[in-house]
Design a protein around this ligand. Structure first.
Ligand code: ATP
Ligand code: MG
Length: 423
């Protein structure tokens, strides 16, 4: 019979990968906690309208990347392609944005129907960070410092650069769009087909085009930063000053736009040249209009999303995973003969008294040789060997698996003391 396989673009995370993921996830959680951000969790499935109304009808995500289907009741639901809209929905539903500020984060799977390749999957994972109720630019600077610290702490800061732009307010963006369209309409035949289509649907996204000819054409195009309203201009200048004063380096990229419609003013991306075509590791910006757009009271907001797969790939590219991450156990208890009770009791005693040690107690019997093989494979440093003789004399054998040291025969108390002295 043909075996059933995973769905294309959706990855299994195997035990050999999970230490890296746990390391990344716990580093993120620790840093977020140290900035006073609180975790929020929301469902993976939401009403399709939530994403249509927030991300925008003519974005890539809504046009062609969403996993949308009718549930058994005939309601259209969508696997979340990103977290910001869900976060706003949840906050509004529970009154978290009413006359207060919020600093929030979440982590979990997102779903987009894209062409799978390195760093681009159909189920991927994001850590999202959102700050509500603050007009900035100090909060913009804070979340940029936060993102910079994450990349620094993980040891990949050398591999990334921060690109920064201001998208202005709605009116300045509209004026700019008109100028851009006029410029590009006159050169329509030189545009790639995708950009030609975007000319009428989402012209700002043309700035983002990967086509070299389109990029060359854009060299002579009007520049978004020249169209900024006074408030956005001041905001941008202040943000840059705050970053300068805190030693955050950045490049202003006037062509940086986001693929989601709700962004305005600050937009940024941490990019790398280490992941091929998938250059963006972390992306975000200000979205002051989204809460209102989703039916709430106008609330300023700023946030970003980090792609965890890309972060793990970057860590691997930088070879900067901490040593010993893949170690599964410290102690392996070998149980020979009818000593199951004593072996389990010994393991429990070690866990009681030395809870930071990882103990695997051999189950399922087998010869000394086969158990020692398993002990070796477990990556444990020490095997404690328990046989019927040892049980009778109240002693057990201590064997060092990774260093040249003679085997010792010790009482349980002595073993506990020894283990304590090793850490
Ligand atoms: P891209 O331009 O690479 O498609 P995006 O602008 O669609 O990215 P965002 O919606 O801003 O990406 O998502 C934030 C981050 O989530 C990205 O910077 C990236 O690290 C990650 N990400 C987005 N889509 C995917 C995907 N399909 N697979 C893996 N990671 C992804
Ligand atoms: Mg995308």
């Amino acid at each position: 019979m043909k075996k059933i396989q995973a769905i294309r673009g959706m990855n299994d995370l195997l035990p050999s990968d999970s230490p890296y993921w746990q390391y990344v996830e716990s580093t993120l959680a620790d840093i977020l906690q140290c900035y006073g951000y609180q975790e929020i969790r929301f469902p993976i499935l939401e009403s399709t309208d939530l994403f249509k109304r927030s991300i925008g009808e003519v974005t890539d995500i809504v046009e062609k990347e969403m996993y949308t289907f009718d549930d058994r009741n005939g309601d259209s639901v969508t696997l979340r392609p990103e977290g910001t809209a869900c976060c706003v929905r949840a906050c509004e539903e529970h009154g978290l944005l009413y006359n207060q500020t919020q600093r929030l984060w979440y982590m979990g799977p997102m779903f987009r129907y894209e062409r799978p390749q390195k760093g681009r999957y159909r189920q991927f994972h994001q850590c999202g960070v959102e700050a509500f109720g603050m007009t900035g630019p100090d909060i913009d600077a804070e979340i940029l410092l936060l993102s910079a610290r994450i990349l620094r702490e993980l040891g990949v800061e050398e591999l990334v650069t921060l690109q920064l732009n201001s998208l202005g307010d709605t009116a300045s963006r509209t004026a700019y769009k008109a100028a851009l369209v006029t410029y590009l309409e006159a050169r329509r035949d030189q545009l790639d087909p995708d950009s030609q289509r975007r000319l009428s649907t989402n012209p700002l996204r043309i700035l983002d085009s990967k086509e070299p000819t389109t990029q060359a054409l854009l060299d002579g195009a009007p520049v978004l930063l020249d169209y900024l309203d006074e408030e956005s201009k001041t905001h941008f200048e202040q943000l840059k000053r705050l970053l300068d004063a805190n030693g955050v380096q950045y490049q202003v990229n006037p062509r940086l736009v986001r693929g989601l419609d709700y962004y305005g003013k600050t937009a940024f991306e941490w990019v790398t040249d280490k992941l091929g075509a998938q250059s963006t590791v972390c992306a975000g910006g200000r979205y002051d209009s989204l809460v209102e757009q989703l039916g709430g009271k106008a609330t300023p907001a700023v946030g970003f999303g980090i792609g965890l797969e890309r972060l793990v790939l970057l860590l691997q590219a930088a070879e900067c995973m901490p040593e010993g991450l893949e170690q599964q156990a410290d102690i392996y208890i070998v149980a020979i003969g009818d000593v199951q009770t004593e072996a389990l009791q010994l393991a429990e005693r070690i866990r009681d008294e030395l809870p930071y040690l990882r103990v695997i107690s051999h189950c399922g019997g087998g010869s000394l040789k086969s158990q020692m093989k398993k002990a070796d494979k477990s990556t444990a440093d020490i095997a404690l060997i328990l046989g019927e003789d040892e049980v009778r004399t109240g002693k057990l054998a201590v064997k060092y698996l990774r260093q040249e040291q003679p085997q010792a025969l010790l009482s349980q108390d002595e073993v506990l003391q020894l283990l304590q002295s090793l850490v």
